[in-house]
Design a protein around this ligand. Structure first.
Ligand SMILES: [Zn+2]
Length: 189
């Protein structure tokens, strides 16, 4: 898969989706690097698939929908890559904002897990899995958040949420990889 660094912070889902669709329909993939052979600009649109997607807006409106993901093929090595917009985590039907919202409510606002999982309609297992991945991300030696030298997850999350756009441009791909490496398909339905 290839991550498309599409802005989604402060954007509605419709706006983010429009950016993704515009990018795909421009059919200009000259800046895309194949994550397998590292050759740039040699991929071709191949197919697409539909995946489920759940997002949250205005910190309250939860919507379940589907999204069409385009797949390209690298002309150099022959590998296929899904073009994932940055508001999606691999193997997750929940949007990045949804997961950040859940982490925020639990780690910073200290909301009771039982209330939160019933409100978000997720399992406790999934919530604690997200917290585990996030904690792993924070304690990873490769992550140094300049605005927050602390290794305390709530403090780091707080500084991330303060400037989410900066976090995404600097660190999102690392968090993305963390979610990718820690995937456990049975949790993602
Ligand atoms: Zn390739």
């Amino acid at each position: 898969m290839i991550l498309l660094n599409i802005k989604f912070v402060n954007y509605t889902y419709e706006e983010s989706l429009k950016q993704y669709t515009n990018y795909i329909s421009s059919n200009n993939f000259s800046n895309l690097m194949c994550t397998n052979c590292k050759v740039i600009g040699n991929v071709q649109r191949n197919t697409e698939y539909v995946r489920n997607y759940i997002y949250i807006e205005n910190e309250k409106d939860i919507t379940e929908t589907t999204i069409v993901i385009t797949v390209v093929r690298c002309n150099n090595c022959g590998k296929y890559h899904a073009l994932l917009p940055a508001f999606i985590f691999p193997y997750h039907i929940y949007s990045a904002c949804f997961i950040m919202y859940a982490l925020n409510m639990k780690l910073i606002k200290q909301q009771q897990a039982i209330k939160l999982i019933s409100y978000l309609n997720i399992s406790g297992q999934l919530l604690y899995y997200w917290i585990k991945v996030f904690n792993k991300f924070v304690s990873s030696s490769t992550i140094v958040l300049p605005q927050s030298p602390s290794k305390d997850p709530p403090k780091i999350l707080h500084s991330i949420l303060n400037d989410l756009q900066k976090f995404i441009s600097d660190y999102y791909s690392k968090l993305f990889i963390m979610f990718f490496l820690n995937r456990k398909n049975h949790l993602f339905k």
